[in-house]
Write a protein that binds this ligand. Sequence first.
Ligand SMILES: *Cc1c(COP(=O)(O)O)cnc(C)c1O
Length: 392
Amino acid sequence: MSNTENLSFLTRAIHTGNGIDSETGVIQRPIVLGNSYQLPYDPTDVNWSSTGGNLYTRNGGANQRYLEEKIASLEGGEDAVVLASGVAALSGLFFALLKTGDHVVFSSVTYIASYRLLNELFNNKFGIETTIVDTSDIKNVEAAIKPNTKLIHIETPGNPTLSISDIAAIAEIAHKNNALLSVDNTFASPFNQRPIELGADFSIESLTKYINGHGDAMGGSITGKKEYLNIVRAQSQVNLGGTISPFNAWLIARGAVTLPLRMKQHNENGLKIAQWLKEQPEVSFVAYPGLEDSPNHEIAKKQMSGFGGVLSFGLKADHDTHNQFVSHLKLITSAVSLGHDESLIVFLGEDDERQYLYPEQFHNGFFRLALGIEDTQDLINDLKQAFDKIRK
Ligand SMILES: *Cc1c(COP(=O)(O)O)cnc(C)c1O
C-alpha cells in the first residue's frame, strides 16, 4: 500500500511497506536474494557508491527498503535506515555524525556496546571526547554540555537498570546547545514510545528484539531526518558494509506485522509480574518503570503508553542460590536477549565493570527477566515453583 499515513499504528504495522509484486501479482512482498542488478547499456556514469538501489545489495536492497518504509512509519520519522544489527545501527550513526574534536554526552546506563563504542573505541581511535552522566536527572545533562558537544545519546528505559530519562526535556537541552539527540528505544519499541515525536533527532532500535519478536533474525534501525540518514547510508552502510541480509529484512518485516498485538501481552506480563515479584519475601527489589514507586515513574507515564516486558530484580540470597533459582525454572529459559516470544532470564553477576554507575541495589548480582508473550499465570506458576524450591 502506498499512502498509509492516516491509518492507525495497528493498521500501518500490517500494510506499510507491503504491496503487490508487479511481476507475479503475489500480495506479499517476495524475498529478493540476488546480489546484483542488470547495468544500463553504457555503465560509465554509474556511481558505484550510490545508495539508490538496483545496483548491488550492499548499496541497498528491495527487502531492506520495504522494511525501512514500515519502520519510518511506525516511529513517526521522515526516513529510516535498516542495518545488520542494533549495534551496526549505533556504530553507523556515531561514525556518520562524529569527527575528531567532537564531544558526546551519554547515559551511564546503556547497552554494553554503546559504552564500548563511545567510551573506548571512538575516543581512543578517533579523539572524540565523551562524558558519561546519569541522564535520569536532566541537571546532569545540562552540566555536561560543552561548546563542542555534538551529540547526546540516551537509552530509556536503560539496560539493565530500567532507568528512565526525560526525552522531551533532553531534546530541548540538545537543541538549545546546537547538539543532536539520539535515543536507543529498544526497550520500549515504537509501540510504547516514539522518541522522534517527543523531539529527539534519532530513534535507534535493535530490530532483533521486539520488532522482529521471534528471536530468529538480527537487524537494527535508525529513524530520523533524511539529510542525516543519507550520510549514514553513504558512509556506514556502503563503506563500512553493515548491510542487512534480504532474508533477515523479510523475516523482521513479517514479525513486525504483529508488533502491536505482541506488545500488549509483553506490557501486561511486565506489569503483573513486576507487581507479583514485589510481594515475594525473598525479593530485595524490582526495577520496572510501570511500578508506581519506581524512579521517574511520572516521566515514564508521560512519554510511554506501556512499559514493556523487561524488568530487573534482586534476591536476598547468595551467589549460588541465584544460579539454583534459574536452574529450577522450566518455562523461562536462561539466555540473553529480550522481546522474544518466549521468556528469557539472565543472572548478571557481581563483576560488571560499570556497576559503580548503577544504584546500590544492583551491586550484589541481579536478574534481568525479559518476559515473552506466554500466559501471565503460567509464567507466575513457573516463578512460584522455583521460589518454592529455593525456600526448601
Ligand atoms: C540488544 C540491544 C542492542 C544491540 O542490538 P543487536 O541487534 O544485538 O546488535 C542495542 N541496544 C539495546 C538497548 C539492546 O537491548
